[in-house]
Design a protein around this ligand. Structure first.
Ligand code: ADP
Ligand code: MG
Length: 502
């Protein structure tokens, strides 16, 4: 695709964004400078009826869904940045659905034969219709020659070319935004675009997903909280992934929670423990644990599918998490601050004392609180918000952990509305902290009293104690949103100017 064609498609994307009023959304008018306000009103002349439906995050999700696989990946990545855009926007964006019309089964059969290099019936006794279709691939129901029921994921024909074209458009857009808007630079548009493109490209090789499923299956088997269907390596190639059919009912189906003999409490516990054990004990976790990828069976079996996104926490990151949690429990903010500096997360140009003071603002209000339910993921968000003030480079894997935690907590609450995340997490978190903490910290007997404090600590964010914490948080995400909006506005105007000129 020539540069001109890419430019043309970029204008198309800008137009779609303007139609949905997501470039300078009206909801944020109170934050705009006079120039941005005028631009926002001008852009709204192009807005369609769809611009009146839903919050900005929902409208952006809807727009990106229609722009193809790379835009969808961009949306998924932005949805992990609740620290920048605020929790509501991130959650709306996280609901982005990736469902398309399937391509014909005949084409899928051909793709399988070409990829595996042998006749279809040498592997499959039956090869059925698609059960789900997304922008990159679709899944079919099939039976192996030995009679086992399997799912076969097949890439869309020609998807590589489509992704390459979209990648060019996104890279161009990022370059323009970065050139024109200094305010957008904190988001590092070009680096973000490169990450999005890379993540999409990796999903174009299903052998990698097969390997991810295989590795996670092994890790899950060690703890027994969750399973993964077995990978059928005879049916795996770059464009094809074959795995055993998942046991049970998809959790996304309304019937799933009414299965006879289902123990909802145990099921929610299994889900939380499975995720935490993967991340904290083994350092590798399924990072896409939404209802559509989970199957349940009585009494409390959970099976996960879809291994496109695998999160990894290094030993250093796991230790860091343990140390900061322990520091908060001890209310030793100086120690927590030093841990951040030593890990190289906060630039040395900042003052340890000022950082410790900011951490105190997160930690102190949490103590002595008694609130029924607790959100672990929000503890992390709160921390990210503070660290952003100190130019802490967010570790992508920690962000992925936080996002997955948010998803898993939501699913656990829907399974069991009275679910106590901290009671579920207790055995896993206890073992992990004992293992990871330095001997000095360990020496200060922490087990019961420490975990009780940890629980109180976590109660912090779900029900923030006073107006101060909330105010800081909202102001922070508002101001973040403002420079995002300014960046978006400049790019939007560029698209429009270009559209008029060409
Ligand atoms: N092993 C399996 N057993 C049963 N159904 C499956 C299996 N793998 C995938 N599916 C079905 O196909 C859908 C899409 O597969 P998935 O791997 O989640 O792809 P995508 O990346 O498009 O979400 C799943 O949501 C599920 O309904
Ligand atoms: Mg899926």
């Amino acid at each position: 695709m020539g540069g001109l064609a890419a430019f043309g498609r970029l204008i198309g994307a800008g137009w779609a964004l303007a139609r949905n009023d997501v470039l300078l959304p009206r909801e944020l008018e109170s934050l705009y400078s006079p120039g941005a306000l005028a631009a926002s009103r001008a852009l709204r002349l192009f807005a369609g009826v769809q611009a009146r439906q839903g919050r900005p995050g929902e409208r952006l999700a809807r727009t990106l869904e229609r722009q193809g696989p790379v835009a969808i990946k961009l949306g998924q990545l932005l949805s992990t940045r609740a620290d920048i855009f605020g929790v509501e926007f991130a959650e709306d964006l996280a609901r982005l659905k990736d469902r398309l019309a399937p391509f014909p089964t005949e084409i899928a059969r051909q793709q399988v034969e070409i990829t595996l290099g042998r006749p279809l019936d040498s592997v499959f006794a039956l090869f059925g219709e698609p059960v789900a279709a997304a922008s990159l691939a679709q899944a079919h129901e099939a039976t192996l020659t030995d009679g086992r029921k399997v799912a076969v994921k097949v890439l869309r024909p020609g998807i590589e070319r489509r992704v390459a074209q979209d990648a060019e458009v996104l890279a161009l857009g990022a370059k323009i935004v970065e050139r024109l808007s200094s305010a957008s630079r904190r988001l590092e548009p070009q680096a973000l675009a490169a990450t999005v493109i890379r993540a999409t490209e990796l999903e174009l090789d299903l052998r990698l997903e097969a390997a991810g499923g295989d590795e996670l299956g092994e890790v899950m088997a060690r703890d027994g909280h969750m399973r993964a269907p077995k990978i059928i390596w005879d049916g795996v190639g770059k464009r094809v992934l074959t795995l055993e059919w998942a046991m049970g009912e998809p959790l996304s189906s309304p019937a799933a929670l009414d299965l006879p003999g289902l123990d909802r409490k145990a099921l929610a516990n299994n889900l939380i423990r499975a995720f935490l054990a993967q991340a904290l004990d083994h350092g590798v976790f399924h990072a896409d644990l939404h209802e559509g990828n989970l199957f349940v069976a009585a009494p409390a079996e959970v099976t996960a599918v879809d291994f496109g996104i695998v999160g990894r926490l290094s030993a250093a990151e796991r230790r860091y998490l343990a140390e900061i949690l322990w520091g908060f429990i001890q209310r030793d903010y100086h120690k927590v601050a030093i841990t951040h500096f030593e890990a190289g997360y906060v630039p040395r140009t900042h003052s340890v004392e000022a950082f410790a003071q900011a951490l105190r603002a997160v930690g102190e209000p949490l103590f002595g609180r008694t609130v029924a339910d607790v959100s672990m993921s929000r503890v992390l968000i709160q921390l990210f918000e503070i660290t952003a003030l100190f130019d802490m480079r967010l570790q992508p894997q920690l962000v992925l952990l936080q996002k997955t935690m948010m998803t898993v907590e939501g699913v656990a609450r829907r399974i069991d509305p009275d679910h106590d995340i901290w009671a579920a997490a207790d055995p896993v978190v206890r073992g992990w902290m004992l293992r990871e903490l330095s001997p000095a910290a360990r020496a200060k007997r922490f087990a019961d009293e420490g975990l009780a404090a940890l629980r109180n600590l976590a109660r912090l964010v779900e029900n923030p104690p006073g107006p101060t914490v909330v105010a800081v948080t909202e102001a922070e995400s508002d101001s973040n949103f403002r420079w995002f909006a300014i960046g978006a506005a400049v790019s939007g105007l560029t698209f429009l100017a270009a559209a008029i000129l060409f």
